[in-house]
Write a protein that binds this ligand. Sequence first.
Ligand code: ADP
Ligand code: MG
Length: 871
Amino acid sequence: MESGFEAQIEGRALTPMMRQYLRAKAENPSALLMFRMGDFFEMFFEDARIAAKELGIMLTSRDKDRGDGGTPMAGVPHHAVGSYVARLVDRGFTVALCDQVEDPKKAKGLVKREITQLVTPGTLSDLDALDPAAPSYVAFVGAAEGSPPVRPVGALELLAGELLVTHCDEALLADELRRLGVRELLVPDAERSAVERLLGPERQLPLRPLTSLVGPAAARRALADRFGNEALIGQDGPASDGQAVALVELVRFAEATQRRALAHLMKPRAYRVADTVILDETTRRNLELTTTLLDNRRQGSLLWHLDRCRTAMGSRRLGQWLLFPLREPAAIEERLDAVQALKDDRGGRETISRALDGVRDLERLLGRVAIGRATPRDLGAVRGSLQQIPALRAALAEQRTALGRRWRELDPLPELAALLERALVDEPPLACTEAGIFRPGYDAPLDELAATCGEGHGFLVDLERRERARTGIHNLKVRFNKVFGYYIEVTKANLAAVPSDYVRKQTLVNAERYITDELKRFEDRVLNADERRKARELELFAELVDTVAAQGARLRTISRLLAETDALASLAQVADEGRYCRPELVAEPVLALEASRHPVIERLLPGGERFVPNDLRLDADGEQLVILTGPNMAGKSTVMRQAALVAILAQMGSFVPARTARVGLCDRIFTRVGAADNLGRGRSTFMVEMLETASILRHATRQSLVLLDEVGRGTSTFDGVSIAWAVAEELHDRVGCRTLFATHYHELTALAEGRARIVNRSIAVQERDGRVVFLRRLVDGPANRSYGIQVAALAGLPGGVLRRAREVLGELERRQSHPGRSEASPPAPAAPEGALEAALDALDPLNLTPLQALAALDRLKTIRADGAPKG
Ligand code: ADP
Ligand code: MG
């Protein structure tokens, strides 16, 4: 693009403005440059072509008559530039805004222009362009350290003023970046391809390679200067060199995009990935934590169900709690205490909700103040939010919880609230260049100027009356327009009555317009006052913004408390409405639920249908691995997921949908769904299923909770059963984690024989008149049969097909009594007795790589098809 660009401008005679444009373009050659000209932001050359195509705007041409075809040009109106920029950034472009930085009226010669902002996917600050319910981080990933390799990761949220830093296992990197909500990634140029490999083809983020990095020593000095010496102490002790570099590069990048020092960035917070429950992306998707599996929508997800927040910042906080469940009991109990107190106090909760309705996205508004982009309306929203503090404080300060204490100790900044109240009109304008930001009485000089401007109207009415009387022209009008200023208009029919002191200004088809000495003097005074009034408003507004910015740290404390209160009140509301219980958190690896329900399915069941609650018990020292059988549609997946959701809810600090719940703290939760069930993914391959299973076997510990739903389904029955068997054995013998294993392979129920911690459970169904009735009750022991045909009948499969299916099933069941036959094997010609068994015996699943396992499966299939191994 750059060389094409140079070729296009080569040999042209450049105007001074074009030279100014090219200088700006050269500063950021890879960004699309939007160049302010009058009321438009224009793009030229290749940028114009790209913008025309991406935005569907007209491609025109400047200096067409020069003979070289002119300069391609495309423009957007300046007042709407934000939405165009957002669209370009969304398509992966970086946009440089080059604005006029002096008043064109006062400029001598060419108006001075400068790049005022670089807009990138990770540094958006336009509230309309940002997803209100999700954070927006730019992250930095550094070079690998140690073995197994971990990488330093830093993340910066521009508007929240937040800096995070951690070390992340390479294996978790892609998941962690997604979980955080990273929109853009900085990497050292040398690490680019390595990081791209780690992210995988599906998970690419806009990547920005950096060629010259700050050195570790300089980075440490810069951090200490900015945040004090403790800035370098993380949870693991002193920050590593890589972490220091990551933080400094992020700050440099953010400041370069905003073209200013960012004083609002808070001290970096170091965290360990393992401090929270690790939920990989497959698990998050399968459990539908934030979006649904089938159509990727928020509605129908757990977060959708939990989110009764009144503010966007509350929703973001809740989402973050859900994706980062805690492992530290004291921190969880603190949230549970607050939820409990709010749940028990319905009246208080109503007051709180009402007050929160008046609170705006204070977190992001403060960010806009800090980066110098706050509008009068933004400050109005800050004021509105602060006005709710007294009511919230009154409702919450009594609470005998950590939340209550924080409200008691909060500085509600009454002087700032009062100042904003006194200063701003009820509905401040959108732009600071518009008049009418301030209330009368706030600033005497401004009031005087406003009075002069306001006199205008009275004067004009008076003048019109006097001139009508003097000339006898009844329809004489005194008016104003932007181009010609003030004038007296007389229609053609009345021209004869025009006095001699009228000076003609403009001729229209039906009228003439005049000015008089008196009107001219008035015009000078008023226009002058109007200019000075605007200047005064701008000056006062800048002062007010500075005053708010100076309270940034205190306001951040307020916004954080508001967001958390909102999230906690939301959890309390859900708990109250759903009659949830407070979970008992324990250290032992158990999960004991009485009358538990699936929070989302329960809510979405069609009217009249009741969700059937179930008891469920898992215990790493007892009922460690539950084999769950039952016909299709019985409710296996549902009951398994509800176990995981209860654990996640408990560790995020929420009440849970059950009568009682004892939850042993989990370090990780895994959920795998067999390929055939995994519709949403759009790539339901057996390979993916096996890779995911391999990852569980590698990472699960005794503290983990593992859900396997029909794993092994994506291949033929024999392969599937054998793999499922071996995986279950491994989880029992070696890992020892709490496991729920739903399967339609009856063979697996035999696993319980001789294995102390494997138990069979099933979901009860009843057969009435040849039809199956789902009872939804979890019971001891394996399912006695699979009722596939009855379920098919429920689905309306034709009678003939059902009859034939029953015949085939009868045949299969007769064969099952034959030794060495599995129920699941079809009535086809079979291999010689024993060949398969021998081949199976020869396999040692524990010592196979996934690829070897695939090859072995293939061999087993060949044996079955041909009756003898090949080669
Ligand atoms: P399976 O995995 O056994 O095929 P699912 O768990 O997918 O069955 O459940 C199928 C449907 O049955 C669910 O979508 C839900 O509508 C209903 N269902 C499941 N469990 C219950 C329950 N405990 N109470 C009421 N309805 C349930
Ligand atoms: Mg299922």
